[in-house]
Write a protein that binds this ligand. Structure first.
Ligand code: C2E
Ligand code: CA
Ligand code: CA
Length: 732
């Protein structure tokens, strides 16, 4: 840009120079012409004036003819000389006597020449003449002296050179030009300088004229003819202009001469001025540009800082990371991993030690990261205590070693002083394998981080494609659950609870099934945990309860002997005040006796909130519902709980039974547990009974009821209904 600007300005200056030279050349011609004309007319006027002066002096001189008083005449001449600035005044009488204004020796030939010429013409103006006194070039001017119309002598004056010389200097041209008076033949008469040449045409013998048609002969002829001429020529040294102007005196010409170097000098002078001007403009222009660029760079830096730098830690922020990510990733040649980490329970640090300490920890973390990052890599603080790193990744082992070392340093260097609170970080890693957008990589690293946080130590997890698939499946479930409920895609399966000894059905458990178009019948383990997270389970459980109530009512209408049906209720209901009223509304809507409904609550629910569980169980009992503790033995079962809560039955978890298989003490433990539960007056139901051996053993232990594939799989309502018809004896 600068180069272009400089070129344009340079070309401008060159063009300007050329134009100025051209204009000045034209100007100089006009000047030479004008100055020459002026000099010529001044010269004419001067000569005529002097002529008049001489004529008036002559009148006085004539009066005193025949000049008997010689002294008086010379005194008069002396006075007139001083008065009129002549160099010398003299009277030459007819007989050759000479009276002078000042004593001088005149050459008799000069005297004779002046007298003859004057008497012949009446007046006379000399051609180039050497001063008879000092030898200088002078003009001699004279008029005839008359007495009674007869010439009696001549009055002559030697002109002071100072009188005409200034006229021959072309002062307007800065004294670079001058004029001279020549005869038509070219012989000089007067010059501003003392002329050293004999003929002006001789000087031009080697000249090259600007006008190609002009020759020396043509010039000479034109001058002979008394023409006005302006010619430019190049002589031996320099280029000049010559102006030939015919004078009104004798056959004289005034020639003005001006060297063109004068023009060049003028142009140069103007150009220097212009260059100075342009230079100043340049200077101001570039100064301004420099200033603007400087200010722009400054504000860019400011903008960069606000837009791309994390104010608290001074490291890159998320925007900056997004911006430089593609370039950095390319620089790592596909050997890269995107890592996210945050400080576990960072809020606690803020709460316990104040924000200032919290900020200090973040600043230290940033410092440690900066120390551990190579120039190829990058990192940023994205939000609060969340950092993102793009690291080089070659193999898992060395990468994990690096992360471990980093975690150790973070723990060591960033822990809050004088406190026992150690900071603890978890890392989620996405090993870059696919060409996917940054935010997707980030999502994956975050997913890995969530998994890492679930770990108790060495909290670093790599993203696993299965995790993503799981999440996608979860998302799909969430997207379709509402519609599925509306379309009746959720149905109830029923699994009988049977008497160990007789094998007769004593009850049933309602288990939900989702009939998904894409996958067929889906088991609850795939969706219940999701519904528990998003709360949809509250609606689903009520839907199952209503389905069960409707079935019970239908069986009654059909005259079938119904068995009590257990419905699973999520722990979420416990904290919902509408739980029992809703239950009642649905059950009563179908006029189902409350004792036909059993509520199954999982063991973990009860542990989490014992008093609340107690309240709910009591309320259910008051309404006539029975309550079972589900999955006993799957978690941290406490027999103490059984004491404080009034369960009607306990369901031994299938895993509880399976866990004892092959263990010599197993039988004893189960026996003891069953005996203890039964001693509290609680019914014992064994879940997941799959084999005859299991059934036989459990019967021995005193278990009341069995639920499991050995007796029956969960069945669709119509099959269950068929089973009801055949197996149950009519109730009295
Ligand atoms: P759960 O309450 O412990 O239900 C018993 C589960 O064991 C059922 O699985 C049943 O099909 C299975 N099962 C029965 N006998 C055997 C056996 O002999 N061997 C084996 N291996 N399994 C057996 P399902 O139907 O997949 O239900 C899984 C869990 O989903 C249930 O465990 C329950 O916690 C939950 N669930 C099912 N339906 C509902 C519902 O309507 N509401 C709520 N909140 N949870 C439900
Ligand atoms: Ca259950
Ligand atoms: Ca269970």
């Amino acid at each position: 840009m600068f180069m272009a600007a400089a070129l344009v300005i340079g070309a401008g200056v060159a063009l300007y120079w050329q134009q100025v030279s051209h204009i000045l050349e034209r100007d100089v011609k006009t000047h030479v012409a004008a100055a020459g004309e002026e000099a010529a007319s001044d010269f004419n006027r001067l000569i005529q004036t002097d002529q008049k002066v001489l004529e008036s002096i002559a009148i006085t001189v004539e009066d005193t003819y025949p000049w008997a008083n010689r002294t008086r005449l010379t005194e008069f001449l002396k006075r007139q000389t001083q008065h009129n600035y002549f160099k010398l005044l003299g009277v030459i009488t007819e007989d050759g006597k000479v009276f002078l204004s000042a004593p001088a020796q005149l050459d008799p030939a000069f005297v004779a020449d002046v007298k003859a010429s004057t008497l012949e013409e009446g007046h006379y103006l000399s051609v180039r003449q050497a001063d008879p006194v000092d030898g200088e070039d002078v003009l001699v001017q004279s008029v005839a002296l008359m007495k009674d119309d007869k010439p009696v002598g001549a009055l002559f004056a030697l002109q002071m050179p100072e009188r005409y010389r200034p006229l021959l200097a072309l002062s307007a041209m800065g004294n670079r030009g001058y004029s001279m008076v020549v005869q038509r033949s070219g012989v000089p008469v007067l010059g501003y300088y003392k002329t050293s040449f004999s003929n002006v045409f001789g000087l031009l013998s080697h000249a090259t004229f600007d006008d190609k048609d002009m020759t020396l002969d043509k010039l000479r002829t034109a001058v002979q003819e008394g023409k006005h001429l302006l010619v430019g020529y190049k002589g031996s040294s320099e280029h000049r202009f010559l102006h030939f102007i015919p004078l009104k005196i004798n056959d004289w010409y005034l020639i003005s001469a001006l060297p063109t170097t004068y023009v060049a000098q003028q142009a140069q002078h103007l150009t220097w001025l212009s260059i100075l001007l342009v230079g100043s403009v340049f200077f101001i222009f570039f100064g301004l540009i420099f200033y603007i660029l400087h200010m722009r760079a400054y504000s860019n830096r400011q903008l960069f800082t606000t837009a791309f730098v994390d104010q608290l830690t001074g490291v890159d922020n998320f925007n900056r990371m997004c911006e430089q990510f593609p370039e950095k990733l390319a620089g790592l040649n596909g050997q890269a991993a995107l890592v996210v980490f945050d400080i576990n329970k960072f809020k606690v640090i803020n709460d316990l030690h104040g924000y200032e300490r919290g900020n200090q920890v973040l600043q230290r973390v940033a410092r440690v990261l900066r120390e551990n990052i190579t120039p190829q890599e990058c990192f940023c603080r994205s939000t609060a205590d969340n950092f993102i790193l793009l690291l080089k990744y070659t193999d898992r082992k060395s990468f994990l070693a690096r992360i471990k070392a980093l975690a150790t340093q973070l723990r060591r260097d960033c822990t809050v002083e004088d406190s026992c609170l150690m900071i603890d970080v978890a890392f989620g890693v996405y090993e870059v394998k696919e060409n996917i957008p940054f935010y997707i990589m980030l999502d994956r690293a975050h997913l890995a981080l969530e998994n890492a946080k679930k770990m108790s130590f060495d909290k670093c997890q790599f993203y696993d494609e299965a995790d993503r698939k799981r999440i996608v499946a979860e998302k799909q479930i969430e997207n379709t659950m509402e519609a599925a409920l509306d379309h009746g895609d959720f149905t109830v399966y029923l699994q009988p609870k049977c008497d160990f000894t007789t094998g007769q059905m004593r009850g049933a458990e309602a288990l939900v099934r989702w009939n998904r178009l894409s996958e067929g019948i889906v088991r609850p383990d795939d969706f219940i945990p999701i519904f528990e997270k998003n709360g949809f389970i509250l609606r689903l459980d009520m839907f199952i309860l209503e389905s069960v109530a409707r079935l019970l009512a239908a069986w009654k209408v059909k005259g079938l002997t119904a068995v009590p049906v257990a419905v699973n209720f999520s722990r979420l209901h416990l904290n919902d005040s509408r739980y029992i009223p809703q239950m009642l509304r649905l059950v009563d809507k179908y006029n189902v006796p409350h004792e036909m409904i059993e509520v199954e609550l999982t063991e973990s629910v009860i542990f989490n909130n014992l008093t609340r569980a107690q309240d709910v169980i009591n309320s259910l009992h008051r309404q006539g519902f029975s309550v079972a503790m589900d999955d006993f033995g799957s978690g941290y079962s406490s027999l103490n709980v059984l004491k404080s809560l009034q369960f009607d039955s306990i369901k031994l978890d299938k895993e509880f039974l399976a866990g004892f298989e092959g263990n010599p003490h197993a039988d004893k433990v189960i026996e003891g547990a069953v005996a203890m539960i039964k001693s509290l007056g609680i019914q014992v139901v064994a879940e997941g009974v799959e084999t005859r051996e299991q059934a036989d053993f459990l019967r021995q232990t005193g278990c009341d009821l069995a639920q499991g594939y050995f007796f029956s799989r969960p069945l669709p309502a119509d099959q269950f209904e068929a089973l009801l018809k055949t197996s149950a004896p009519p109730q009295a």
